[in-house]
Design a protein around this ligand. Structure first.
Ligand code: FMN
Length: 302
């Protein structure tokens, strides 16, 4: 049985990765299982300088999901390179750094540093507000995505994956901006903008008022977007949004994802990612699938 895949030039022993911001830099999970079992680890969003994030409360539960407004808290790239990367390198798994910034220049400077590190690839989080463009997310327009991707492409020789925001009208045309600018792959979806109000205090639960929704609640939206993007671009897709088991993972792959990420599912059960790997293998055995690559994009549209 072959579960190996090649996602955007990154070789993985299976298609299962853990999503940015839900697995830290791996330390919180390595006592539960051997991280080498994972196809890859996508790090917490990392910026040029340390960021303290938003005020708490920053996370709350919703029906079949969670809302978060962490605000990209992270120790900065220098700390990561000195302390977290050596830890992650102990494991035989692909290391992809999720990169975030507030200006195009910040992304470019960060990616110059990332280019020199011993990592397998970079995932560019374009859901961050661009402080020089009215705080509109970089990923909201074709032109915005194309501009930042091409500037980063010039300084980054490693595999470049552009992470798309679902808070747009036509995600397929925006994915094209990443492809046209030379990205090796796209990942989707990031969280859907949401809000929850405490009816007793009449105040929003999150200190930031709004936050990003993820977990099983968003899965049908994510599947639809992965399918639409797969029809629009020729670069591979890392699919995510509500995956908590092998069946969910297979659904994403049929929709067109080459690899998948598990996010909120890691909070429900720390073993979700490795259980998903076993469940994918069970599905392959039951359905006589010898090579996992054979199911990518094989949804049979009515
Ligand atoms: C607490 C939390 C923190 C997150 N932080 C990041 C981040 O730093 N960068 C990023 O690109 N996505 C971040 N995400 C989004 C996830 O990587 C993923 O795209 C999204 O949650 C959908 O997957 P899920 O439904 O499996 O959680 C975060 C999600 C959560 C729940």
């Amino acid at each position: 049985m072959n579960t190996r895949i090649n996602f955007a030039g990154i070789k993985m022993k299976n298609p299962v990765t853990v999503a940015s911001g839900t697995f830290g830099y791996g330390r919180e999970f390595h006592n539960f299982f051997d991280l080498s079992k994972l196809g890859g680890i996508i790090t917490k969003g990392t910026s040029l300088k340390p960021r303290s994030g938003n005020k708490p409360p920053r996370i709350c539960e919703t029906a079949s999901g969670i809302l978060n407004s962490i605000g990209l808290q992270n120790p900065g790239i220098e700390y990561f390179a000195q302390n977290d990367l050596p830890f992650l390198k102990k494991f035989d798994t692909a290391i992809i750094v999720n990169a975030c910034g507030s200006t195009v220049d910040e992304y470019v400077e960060l990616c110059k540093i990332l280019n020199k590190l011993d990592i397998d690839g970079v995932e560019l989080n374009l859901s961050c507000p661009n402080v020089k463009a009215g705080c509109m997310a970089f990923g909201n327009t074709y032109d915005g995505v194309k501009e930042i991707t091409s500037k980063v492409r010039k300084v980054l020789d490693k595999p470049l994956i552009v992470k798309l925001t679902p808070n747009v009208t036509d995600i397929a045309s925006i994915a094209k901006g990443a492809e046209d600018a030379g990205a090796d792959g796209v990942s989707l979806i990031n969280t859907l903008l949401g809000m929850k109000i405490d009816i007793h205090t009449r105040k929003p639960i999150l200190a930031n008022n709004t936050g990003g929704l993820s977990g099983p609640a968003v899965k049908p939206v994510a599947i639809r977007m992965v399918y639409q993007v797969s029809q629009a671009v020729n670069i591979p897709i890392l699919g995510m949004g509500g995956i908590i088991n092998g069946e969910d993972a297979i659904e994403f792959m049929l929709a067109g994802a080459t690899a998948i990420s598990i996010g909120a599912g890691n909070f429900i059960d720390p073993y979700t990612s490795i259980n998903t790997i076993s469940e994918i293998k069970n599905y392959m055995i039951k359905n006589n699938i010898e090579n996992i690559n054979d199911i990518i994009g094989k949804v049979q549209i009515n």
